[in-house]
Design a protein around this ligand. Sequence first.
Ligand SMILES: Cc1cc2nc3c(=O)[nH]c(=O)nc-3n(C[C@H](O)[C@H](O)[C@H](O)COP(=O)(O)OP(=O)(O)OC[C@H]3O[C@@H](n4cnc5c(N)ncnc54)[C@H](O)[C@@H]3O)c2cc1C
Length: 475
Amino acid sequence: MKRIAIIGGGISGLSAAFQLEKRQRAGAPIEYVLFESSGHLGGVLSTERVEGCILEAGPDSFLTEKPWATDLCRELGLGDQLIGSNDSKRKTYILVKNRLVPIPDGLMFMVPTRIMPTAFSPLFSFRTKLRMAQEWFNSKPSTELVTENDESVASLVERHYGREMVDRLADPLLSGVYGGVASELSVRAVLPRFAKMEEEYGSLGRGMLASRKSRSNKTSNPIPSSLFTSLKGGMQQIVDALIAQLSPSSLHIDTAVHSLERKDERWLLSLEHRTDQFDAIILATPASNAAALLRGVHGDLSAELAGIRYSSSVIVNAVYDRAVRSQLRRGFGFLVPRKEGKRILAVTFVHNKFDGRAPDHRALLRCFLGGTGNEAILEVSDDEILRIVRKELQQTLGISAAPLFTHVHKWKNVMAQYSVGHLDRVKRIASFRQQLRGVALAGNAYGGIGIPDCVCSGADAAAESIKSVGLDQPV
Ligand SMILES: Cc1cc2nc3c(=O)[nH]c(=O)nc-3n(C[C@H](O)[C@H](O)[C@H](O)COP(=O)(O)OP(=O)(O)OC[C@H]3O[C@@H](n4cnc5c(N)ncnc54)[C@H](O)[C@@H]3O)c2cc1C
């Protein structure tokens, strides 16, 4: 019997466990044990249901385009629980000088693909609009730009559209997804399509249109799927369904792994009051925790892992009454550029984004604070955070009413930041790891931060560890 340890019980670790469970059921001589230091499984996925409202403490959905999370849900029997975002109501605003300005139609991420809506939008100055036109007509394909040499998202966007596009759009969009800043995040890791489009077309606008055209030619499905997918009962449903498939005796919560050691061709794990031995291990923790565990095992690998930075964030769910709901605008919410000087980075109008998230007479607002450079918010008391949120919702949305109830969630060092050079670092990590038999890595630190990527990383790590113990043949 080969023994495999999974360290970390977030979505990445649980996905790895599910793959190992399936191999075990198929008759492979494997035993797996998952260790989770906290008292609950799922990591940052956590849903609370209060008075008919679905409050997500962490992620509220995932990108539909990447199939791995949807496929997993279907395999877990949750196919009929999947819901798409209400894209017909999709409108996102940017706060500009304390006014909410809609992102114009046809702007894909920050690339304009339709002239008129952008030309008439008050979001950009005349100068930026001129840059957009020049970008379309004057940019030439280049083979020597970003494909080899990485650069920041801010630098690429500024070269194409100027500084205002970075400040008004690129930076707020990235802080909404990564809790990161455009001047630090890597184009090759975060927006690889943009680097490729620049190489092929020169103009991002022309590249975006061409890729849209080729996608619509390839797809045989005339029904467009929604941008985001979630579950009727919230993201916790994935965690609960995974746990239901796993053997209870394999799941150890409140059990931190304190250190790792190589001993007689096996891995010795030190837990609180005991040790345990395994043939392979899957590190499904944040990279910083994996670095700490591997410090005495492989110094270079540990140093590379420790070099991946994380940002922290705070989520505030605030529920309001019917009057507030009717006073809110249509749309999914708004993003706040740094220059506006607010603590809130983004607000989602959850009741608009998905059906069934709040009763018709309630408004559910989800506010995102923190991110790179604003970690101090984690040290602030919940009461003070609520005071800040109420004040800023009053300034931005004109809500003076007190919320009916609120929930504050603080997440410390949970969102990996893919800084410039990230892909090279990931290559170095892979090559150092080759020197260690039976160590696989999973999680949001390497090939994608979203839930689908994490699901995929867990499945890949499970396949790798099965191979490393010599059981990669079908049973
Ligand atoms: C507020 C927020 C909103 C987000 N929104 C979205 C979204 O809408 N869509 C989307 O796709 N993604 C979103 N993400 C990103 C996505 O949710 C995460 O990248 C993903 O869930 C990370 O999963 P994970 O299993 O890799 O890590 P985690 O969930 O961080 O789990 C790692 C686990 O390892 C455990 N651990 C650490 N060290 C040890 C140890 N020594 N021993 C044992 N256990 C240990 C930790 O306790 C933790 O439970 C969001 C993230 C956050 C924080």
